[in-house]
Design a protein around this ligand. Structure first.
Ligand code: XIL
Length: 538
């Protein structure tokens, strides 16, 4: 009877705007807004108001807009954004106080003392204006202080003031609004790399010196042709461990134009992955998309031949990337039951003793959740083990066994977990392991010897690699004049003074760390006391 009360989630729930789902997860979902369409286009205003619970001014709070001339402030654009946000119950992230770009020439030409006071005055006026305004909750205090290798960017700020301008800027912002959350923001810091590690070290050291850095912004200007930073979540987590809030501040995912369904699906995957990474990290406050409609995006003006980076097209129609963000925020619930198309036959290349590269024709996904990636399986009978996963239509398989035939196939998966059919299989055989230690060791022990002969037993073979072996080869050196007279648990061949022992059919399979043994008997000239040496395994 109680079952009568267990109603399924209504479709109104499922189709609720992004902000409803985000709020239910304790996160914000935001957009950068431009003042022009906000004033002039109803469609723009409606989506901005209904879909997002956070906004950032795309340009209106930058220095060139707010203080075009020394100590002459203009807050018309900034106020328009803040008022819109207040009306729509949205929080505003102030972007940005100290940056090398979009800062007037009069600032750039100042000497050190004047530049420091101009910076402090600017921060105190701009942050001060909104200090008692509950809508404005956070600021990008400094933006893009690093160069692409993780050195300090040699901007006019750095060149004139040295690195101390960063701490000074944070202290000035704290003084202007003790309650605002103060962030440092940058691009190409989404994955773990030299630049993000430089950011990590700077934030850690500033906080040790009690400089009020509360938050780190990861811009998230991604491009489908450069791959997804798969360690994004791990990276956010390491910053969280410093005690700061983290946030994605300027998400967009561009593509080489023209747009097509495959690129849209990949883009949707990137959006979903970013949202999921933020959802998975408690210290991640939310995700701001750098705009929302392809009609107004900085991408085509900045990256030649690229575009379509946002979640609505230029006619305000929702794209697959919208659905991906929506479904991720809604907890992964989706009505997508349509699997992606079956991938093409994989082609193998660069086959080594333990690895092989595969590429295949990409799948497409039309079910709405977007193509998430591919699983590569080994055809083996009842259960086919998963050899690897990739977000693109290629992979390098590693950890393969040497001298082993493989038959492999690929299945595509979408964001809802639907798997495509199996691609046709590709066959390849790994080659022999390199000389020396190929992930296994061999040691020989003389068990018994007499005047003109000896028994070596056991020769112990151990898999020291991290993957299972399905065969092994041991070589050793036989002293001159010695002959093998018998062997067991391996088959031996002799060439010159080199003996090659290959596993017998029953002892070739070795799990990591597992071992097996074999033995042999040899004759030697009367009175010779030598025994074999130089045992190696591959
Ligand atoms: C961009 C705006 O989107 C453009 O309209 C403007 O012409 C240039 O700046 N990193 C940032 C943002 O921190 O402020 C930039 O915004 C994009 C890169």
């Amino acid at each position: 009877m109680f079952a009568a009360f267990l109603l399924p989630a209504t479709s109104a729930d499922a189709s609720a705007p992004l902000r409803t789902h985000a709020a239910a997860r304790g996160k914000f979902i935001g957009a950068a807004l431009a003042t022009n369409p906000l004033a002039n286009e109803t469609a723009y205003r409606n989506i901005a108001a209904t879909e997002f619970n956070q906004v950032t001014a795309e340009n209106a709070m930058k220095w060139d807009a707010t203080e075009p001339n020394p100590n002459q402030f203009n807050f018309s654009g900034a106020d328009a954004i803040v008022n819109f946000a207040t009306q729509n119950n949205q929080q505003v992230h102030g972007h940005t106080l100290v940056w090398h770009s979009q800062t007037p020439g009069w600032v750039q030409g100042l000497g050190a003392t004047a530049m420091r006071s101009a910076m402090q005055n600017h921060i105190s006026q701009v942050v001060g204006r909104y200090a008692d305004n509950a809508t404005v909750v956070s600021w990008d205090v400094v933006n893009e202080v690093f160069d692409d290798n993780g050195g300090m960017r040699t901007s006019f700020w750095y060149n004139t003031l040295g690195q101390s301008y960063i701490a000074d800027a944070f202290r000035a912002a704290r003084a202007a609004d003790p309650d605002a959350r103060l962030c440092i923001n940058d691009y190409n810091v989404e994955g773990i790399n030299a630049k993000s590690t430089a950011m990590y070290n700077l934030v850690s050291s500033l906080r040790q010196q009690n400089v009020p850095v509360d938050c780190v912004g990861f811009q998230g200007h991604l491009a489908i042709q450069y791959g997804f930073p798969n360690d994004l979540q791990q990276n956010l987590q390491r910053f969280a461990a410093l005690g700061v809030q983290v946030r994605i501040t300027e998400l967009d995912v561009r593509m080489q134009m023209p747009r097509d369904a495959t690129k849209d699906a990949t883009q949707a995957t990137y959006y979903r992955n970013v949202v999921n990474a933020c959802l998975a990290v408690t210290a991640c406050a939310g995700v701001t998309i750098w705009g929302f409609t392809d009609k107004y995006s900085w991408v085509p003006d900045t990256f030649q031949g690229q575009g379509a980076a946002l979640i609505y097209n230029e006619n305000y129609q929702q794209k697959p990337s919208y659905t991906a963000v929506h479904d991720a925020l809604a907890g992964g619930t989706t009505t997508d039951t349509t699997p992606p198309t079956t991938p093409g036959t994989p082609a193998a290349s660069n086959v080594t003793s333990n690895s092989a590269a595969l590429t295949w024709t990409a799948s497409t996904d039309s079910g709405g959740s977007g193509l998430a990636g591919y699983n590569v399986y080994r055809e083996q009978g009842a259960t086919d083990p998963l050899l690897g996963q990739s977000t693109t239509n290629s992979i390098t398989l590693t950890g393969l066994s040497p001298e082993t035939p493989y038959q492999v196939y690929v299945r595509a998966r979408d964001g809802a977990g639907n798997l495509s059919g199996n691609s046709p299989t590709a066959a390849f055989t790994t080659i022999a392991g390199p000389g020396g230690n190929g992930g296994c060791t061999a040691t020989g022990t003389v068990q018994n010897q007499w005047n003109n002969g000896y028994v070596v037993q056991p020769v112990t073979v151990t898999n020291t690699g991290t993957s299972a072996k399905s065969g092994w080869t041991v070589t050793f050196t036989l002293p001159a004049g010695h002959q093998i007279t018998g062997s067991w648990n391996a088959s031996l061949t002799v060439s010159g003074q080199t003996v090659t022992a290959r596993n017998a059919s029953h002892n070739g399979n070795l799990a990591p760390n597992a071992g097996t043994t074999f033995g042999f008997q040899a004759g030697r000239p009367n009175g010779n006391t030598q025994t074999p040496s130089g045992y190696t395994c591959a």
